[in-house]
Design a protein around this ligand. Structure first.
Ligand SMILES: O=C(O)CCC(=O)C(=O)O
Ligand SMILES: [Fe+2]
Length: 227
């Protein structure tokens, strides 16, 4: 399941993050790549321990933690501290790869199973050419290029790539998370149920069947969640 979540960051927060990143020292993106993805990775990344990473990350994590759609779709257990990347010049790109299954976080010292991968776009899509995030799933390929502040969430098991950036600069945050519900299909079912219940509540209020359905949602979550 691929989910696009609009305006995770509002315009002020996008500007805040852009200002923080404006005078950051970018490093070779291969600093966090596994041996296979390092062969196809050609971009820039902010060192995860840098002051700017910490400041920009704080803005993002606050925004993620208040976003109901994100919380419902991801059911996060552990969020790997968001990283920042930049594709600019000499046709920066990141070829087909699947993200490492488990990541060790140098900031928290925790291991995170990458059930979900995420990108939050930070540059205006009109300001650069190329740079689509192409994600393959059982329904084919999806090319994703979103407005600044928007996020895409997709299963960590997906083959994906970033198309070459042929003009301008593509700046984004990317990260992984471990979900309380490991299986994509279970998570998807819960998300669809949550959204449907929300719609019913908004249109018809808390009728008895709606209360019962809400109970079913929580009882399924109780059955499947690892916390
Ligand atoms: O830049 C992106 O949108 C994704 C980056 C990516 O796939 C990765 O760093 O593993
Ligand atoms: Fe990736």
């Amino acid at each position: 399941m691929l989910i696009e979540i609009p305006e995770v960051l509002n315009a002020d927060e996008v500007n805040q993050v852009r200002t923080i990143l404006a005078d950051a020292a970018w490093a070779d993106g291969r600093i966090t790549a596994g041996s296979q993805s390092a062969q196809v990775k050609n971009n820039w990344q902010l060192p995860e321990q840098s002051e700017q990473s910490a400041a920009a990350r704080a803005v993002l994590l606050a925004a993620l933690n208040r976003n109901a759609l994100f919380l419902s779709a991801a059911l996060p257990k552990r969020i790997f501290p968001p990283l920042f990347n930049r594709y600019e010049g000499e046709h920066n790109t990141f070829g087909n790869h699947i993200d490492n299954a488990v990541r060790h976080c140098p900031v928290t010292g925790q291991r995170v199973r990458t059930d979900l991968s995420a990108t939050i776009f930070l540059a205006d899509p009109d300001s650069y050419d190329g740079g689509e995030l192409v994600i393959e799933d059982t329904y084919g390929q999806h090319a994703v290029k979103l407005a600044a502040g928007d996020m895409v969430l997709y299963p960590g098991s997906s083959l994906h790539r970033v198309e070459p950036v042929t003009h301008g600069a593509r700046v984004a945050s990317f990260f992984w998370l471990e979900s309380m519900v490991r299986e994509t299909e279970r998570r998807r079912l819960l998300f669809e149920m949550d959204m449907a219940v929300l719609q019913l509540r908004n249109t018809g209020g808390d009728s008895e069947p709606v209360v019962n359905l809400t109970g079913c949602y929580h009882n399924l979550l109780r059955m499947w969640a690892e916390v």
